[in-house]
Design a protein around this ligand. Sequence first.
Ligand code: TMP
Length: 210
Amino acid sequence: MRQRGMFISLEGIDACGKSTLIRRLKAVLDAEGEVICVREPGGTKVSEQIRDMLLDVRNHGLLPRAEALLYAAARAQLVDELLLPVLAEGKLVLADRYLDSTIAYQGQGRGLDEDYLDHINRICTGGLIPDLTLLLDVTPDIAAQRKRLQGEAADRLETEGMAFQTRVREAYLRLAQAQPQRIAVIDASQDEDAVLATALELIKARRGEK
Ligand code: TMP
């Protein structure tokens, strides 16, 4: 796939610190050229509407296969409407979640078949794979503690509980082991400054390779 910009995704279990890291990365990297930040599901008008549906706690009857397809629909819209055009313009994209979330949450979390999920990921991304994925690894215990400190209400997926988050974390670590050339694991139990410094080093190294 032809792209001139750089595409970085950030992954991890709920409350692993992705959003904070993205905000801080943008503040640093904007000095070197425009940085576009997106979140998944979301990032376009249609994808944000799909997000509302997916995270609504009233939709507890949503079936795993339907859930997977809704995430894929939001992603397809994001790729064509926003990601491909801005990457073609040479911009740097920071995505708060992308295709690995589907494997971790709908695969290991919900128990859907991974080949099926790989297939729908191929369809919705059109083959657009991140140049680098930063996996913020933290135990579900620490993540839950952070969440409580922030005092935020849980969304539909966050109400799934510890066993679910543990399975999701294991899936992420397995993906990172299988694709070390793309996925870098960062110990997200460290303080924010240390996480930022590690992330910047990894991005700099990958930029040098491109
Ligand atoms: P966020 O809280 O990081 O914004 O993510 C929204 C929730 O959606 C989070 O619990 C993870 C979940 N999710 C999936 O289950 N599958 C996916 O493909 C994506 C992108 C997110």
